[in-house]
Design a protein around this ligand. Structure first.
Ligand SMILES: [Zn+2]
Length: 308
């Protein structure tokens, strides 16, 4: 625990926003009790920061209830050190990021649920996560990700694009043992489509999946998380459940990719903060296989369970 906080303090000096948690994967808590201590501190800091920031009341209420549940699950760890300045800075940035998303309610993405008709990850049991990978398949990236998962014996869900499946043809990855679901045909922002175009995003992907010999699970992830009541109604009609995420690795961001370990560090920090949920990564980003390989060995040590 101590070593971790020292690292956080040192790396905080670097200044650039995502650098605050560089090093967390290399100095992660080594026991479940240490992870709980850090989880407790993160939840205390996040709750305080969100209350200070303010935002839509429904969001403040939901953060308060999640943090209180998490604090209960983490237990009391009076011996845990307080968060370092860099840890606090990370939490402050993350809270501001979430506040921005909350203000976009009903229009744009997020780990923030605003309809009971979708799954975000908050409903999963404590220490339980799902791993999800969007936008693939992509040659040279989907396969090493699958190899890491298979080696660790872990399930995952791949939200594929119909267009990428078509392009991959016979060179598509072997998805056996994993869940495959639709992420639209060509990653259009669904909110910008007319009714005919919107339906086609679903039907073309289903058709392509069939041609690729894949059976799609009855869940759907909107590109950018961008959906409104119109899209949710269509998904319902098609027997699909909108499925989002609450642990965003941001593995597509240049800043995050700039330094090895940064994506894994952010992901681990958010797993410790939220304690359960759906992790979002992308099997089209060249850094993602390496970041996943850093993250996976830590999970059993922290008592984290990966659900299908
Ligand atoms: Zn996507």
């Amino acid at each position: 625990m101590h070593r971790l906080l020292c690292v956080l303090l040192l790396t905080g000096i670097a200044g650039a926003a995502p650098a605050h948690w560089d090093g967390l994967v290399d100095h992660a808590p080594s026991t479940q009790a240490q992870a709980d201590g850090l989880s407790q501190r993160l939840n205390q800091a996040y709750l305080a920061e969100v209350q200070r920031l303010g935002g839509p009341q429904w969001w403040l209420d939901s953060v308060r209830s999640h943090c209180q549940e998490n604090l209960k699950a983490a237990g009391d760890h009076p011996e845990a050190s307080p968060l370092s300045d860099s840890g606090k800075a990370f939490i402050a940035e993350y809270a501001a990021e979430q506040q921005r998303l909350a203000k976009l309610q009903g229009r744009y993405p997020s780990e923030i649920r605003w309809s009971q008709d979708e799954t975000v990850g908050w409903e999963m049991p404590d220490r339980t996560f799902q791993l999800t990978f969007d936008d693939g398949p992509r040659a040279g990236i989907s396969q090493p990700i699958q190899a890491s998962l298979r080696k660790a014996g872990l399930p995952a869900t791949f939200f594929v694009l119909g267009k990428r499946l078509a392009e991959a043809g016979n060179r598509r990855p072997d998805y056996s043992g994993f869940t495959v679901a639709s992420h639209s045909y060509d990653h259009a922002n669904l909110l910008e489509l007319d009714g005919v175009q919107l339906s086609a995003e679903f039907s073309k992907t289903e058709k392509q999946a069939g041609a690729s010999g894949l059976k799609l699970a009855r869940i759907f992830r909107a590109p950018y998380g961008s959906r409104s009541t119109r899209e949710l109604a269509l998904m319902k009609k098609l027997g699909l459940r909108s499925t989002l995420w609450n642990v965003d690795s941001q593995d597509w961001q240049g800043d995050m990719q700039a330094r090895p370990g940064r994506i894994a560090s952010r992901t681990l920090a958010l797993m410790l903060l939220h304690r359960h949920g759906i992790v979002l990564m992308h099997d089209v980003q060249p850094q993602t296989p390496g970041e996943l390989a850093r993250l996976l060995p830590l999970l059993p040590r922290l008592g984290f369970h990966i659900a299908p």
